[in-house]
Design a protein around this ligand. Structure first.
Ligand SMILES: NC(=O)c1ccc[n+]([C@@H]2O[C@H](COP(=O)([O-])OP(=O)(O)OC[C@H]3O[C@@H](n4cnc5c(N)ncnc54)[C@H](OP(=O)(O)O)[C@@H]3O)[C@@H](O)[C@H]2O)c1
Length: 327
């Protein structure tokens, strides 16, 4: 799929954005990555992409970076913060600035926003959510992502807007899943949300595949798509998969969710600048049991067909952690 169109990727120094920059390059796009002065270069492709210095808070830098760009892949944002205003400043405010810069740059035809299942909120009764259902985010993060989606949809007359809402993403380079795997390997079984917690998930390569498909979507009508691997998982199923990969000694000792939850809240209260404080917003999500979505629309309209289920995806991710010396 050769494509010499100029694209810009925001968030390319992050987990998903770095995979996307590589995938776009592989598909023949000219890729420009928006990078902050402070961004780590560690995950960026070593060659074949152009770097543009900029910040979501600085419209002039964004406009400059967008020179000649036809397609914007917007992944930059705050996934963890202590305060509501921090999420909103980066996610809604940053998206609004980027949209304004894209309008003023004058060349952008397509704007793809990577939102999140958190923007839609949990399923009230465990049925996989569909895009046409009303969004009811329960965290500051989710509310800020929904607000960013709405900013993008306001620009439907300016460019073709596509919104992608991935469920929990894992894969090589993901530090969140690494923590779960490390605990499992040490023998611990920690299940945020407690018994019965059920979630959708997908491998980062399937996310990048769907983003590429969204970039080739016909028609200019705005559209929203959930992304997941098509299954839903409980922690019990997840630990069974981890035991198959890591051995029987993994995940033997259970840390009761109520205890873990209390410790995190206490630590966050006592040490407001500690990592625990950054998880308080996540805990708002964890008090809801069902984080599941239906990917029928992405299958039908984007031709999305996930290649990984959790078992294969986790196995390959753990192999990557080992080879990279992370585990
Ligand atoms: N990971 C998941 O499970 C998941 C699931 C659903 C949706 N998403 C969405 O996918 C996107 C990428 O997530 P991720 O997990 O890859 O996050 P990540 O690793 O934390 O990366 C975030 C990226 O955003 C950039 N960024 C943050 N604030 C910025 C600013 N003011 N100006 C320019 N760049 C800025 C960061 O740059 P620096 O390197 O400079 O900090 C980094 O490149 C996010 O929008 C997230 O909401 C993620």
């Amino acid at each position: 799929m050769e494509n010499r169109q100029q694209a810009m990727v925001t968030g390319a120094s992050g987990f998903i954005g770095s995979h996307l920059a590589r995938a776009l390059r592989g598909a023949g796009w000219s890729v420009r990555c928006l990078i902050r002065e402070t961004s780590s270069r560690e995950r960026l492709p070593r060659e074949g992409v152009e770097l543009a210095s900029g910040n979501l808070a600085d419209i002039a830098s964004l406009k400059q970076a967008l020179t000649g760009v036809k397609t914007v892949f917007h992944l930059a944002g705050r996934v963890r913060a202590r305060r509501r205003e921090d999420f909103f400043r980066a996610n809604r405010g940053g998206t609004k600035n980027l949209l304004q810069a894209a309008r003023e740059a004058g060349t952008v035809e397509r704007f793809i926003y990577v939102s999140s299942l958190s923007a839609a909120g949990p399923s009230p009764d465990g049925h996989p959510l569909r895009e046409e259902e009303e969004a009811r985010p329960v965290s500051f993060y989710g509310a800020s992502k929904l607000a960013a989606e709405r900013e993008a949809l306001r620009c439907r007359e300016d460019f073709a807007v596509t919104i992608l809402r991935p469920a929990a993403v894992y894969g090589p380079g993901d530090r969140d899943s690494l923590e779960v795997v490390k605990m499992a390997q040490r023998g611990w079984r920690f299940q945020p949300g407690g018994a019965g917690f059920t979630f959708s998930s997908l491998h980062v390569d399937d996310v990048t595949d769907s983003i590429l498909r969204a970039a080739g979507r016909a028609g200019g009508e705005p559209a929203v798509y959930f992304l997941a691997d098509g299954n839903s998982y409980t922690w019990e199923e997840t630990f069974a998969i981890l035991r198959e990969i890591l051995g029987e000694r993994a995940c033997r000792r259970k840390i009761p969710w109520a205890a873990g939850n209390s410790v995190l809240r206490l630590a966050a209260g006592l040490f407001p600048r500690s990592p625990a404080a950054f998880y308080l917003d996540k805990l708002r999500e964890m008090s809801h049991k069902y984080w599941v979505c239906d990917i029928g629309r992405a299958r039908a309209e984007l031709g999305f067909s996930p290649r990984y289920d959790f078992s294969r995806g986790l196995r390959e991710t753990i192999e990557w952690y080992r080879e990279a010396g992370w585990l």
